[in-house]
Write a protein that binds this ligand. Structure first.
Ligand SMILES: NC(=O)c1ccc[n+]([C@@H]2O[C@H](COP(=O)([O-])OP(=O)(O)OC[C@H]3O[C@@H](n4cnc5c(N)ncnc54)[C@H](O)[C@@H]3O)[C@@H](O)[C@H]2O)c1
Length: 247
């Protein structure tokens, strides 16, 4: 049902964290992987794990916030693999701070990676997907994009933007059989969240009805569903993987 044999998946920010878990989940289902991160060498660990599953993995140094870097990366991937069937826009950063103290640079940095990066990568793969009249795009948003969060104006705006962007792309590309959906993770255990102090972590836990933090695999499972034909009739949707934090 979640079989991805002969599919080529591009996962951004796949050197670690959710991106690595997503890449491994797609490989487990049979996909070959084009792995992208700021530095190609950082991707070696993910690539080795994908190869150990018997799937092909190639590494590309791509800065998703820069148009030229994205165009060159996607061109190289299409040349190496012949096509891209699945795009997972996962690369993302935080630069938290209360609005009154948030610098313009911190605003721009987060919007450029999280929102502009999603736009650039989606645009770059769209021509190929439209031409072959199939493809699926999964954008990693956040529950913060749905509910807001004090101290994360830049991050919340970027992820809210990713959600409305996903709905728009879903509408624009549906007639070419290209689907676009968003996943909105809650509090998932990765380097990004382990950096938060214990008091903040405990407060967050109280807000989660399922009473535990998520694991990267909880998100990867939903991405696999959205990447596969099991979700063939699903586009423009947002699925929260947050233990019920947002209902
Ligand atoms: N961890 C969570 O609880 C959580 C919750 C909600 C949403 N998310 C989202 O999930 C995604 C992954 O988060 P994570 O926790 O695994 O983060 P992470 O910091 O562990 O990993 C992010 C990866 O993206 C890469 N990256 C950063 N900027 C990039 C750029 N400009 N170009 C290419 N790659 C870049 C990093 O090098 C890193 O490998 C992000 O979009 C994040 O906003 C995470």
């Amino acid at each position: 049902m979640f079989e991805l044999n002969d599919k080529v998946a591009l996962v951004t920010g796949s050197a670690r964290g959710l991106g690595q878990a997503i890449a491994l989940k797609l490989a487990e289902a049979g996909a070959d992987l084009a792995l992208c991160d700021l530095n190609a060498e950082w991707l070696e660990e993910t690539a080795e794990k994908v190869k150990a599953m018997g799937r092909r993995a190639e590494c590309y140094g791509v800065n998703v916030a820069e148009g030229e870097s994205v165009t060159a990366g996607v061109k190289a991937i299409e040349k190496d693999f012949g096509k891209i069937d699945i795009l997972v826009n996962n690369a993302g950063i935080t630069k938290d701070g209360l609005l009154m103290r948030m610098s313009e640079d911190d605003w721009d940095a987060v919007l450029n990676v999280n929102l502009k990066g999603t736009f650039l990568c989606t645009k770059a793969v769209t021509r190929g997907m439209m031409k072959k009249r199939s493809g699926t795009i999964v954008n990693i948003a956040s529950v913060i994009g749905l509910m807001g969060n004090a101290g994360q104006a830049n991050y919340a705006a970027s992820k809210g933007g990713v959600i409305s962007f996903s709905k728009t792309v879903g509408k624009e590309l549906a007639s070419r059989n290209v689907r676009c959906n968003a996943v909105a993770p809650g509090f998932i255990r990765t380097a990004m969240t382990e950096a938060l102090d214990e008091e903040v972590q405990n407060k967050m836990k109280e807000l989660i009805p399922l009473n535990r933090f998520g694991e990267p695999e909880d998100v990867a499972n939903v991405v696999l569903f959205l990447a596969s034909d099991a979700s063939a009739y699903v586009t423009g949707q947002v699925i929260s993987t947050c233990g019920g934090m947002v209902m």
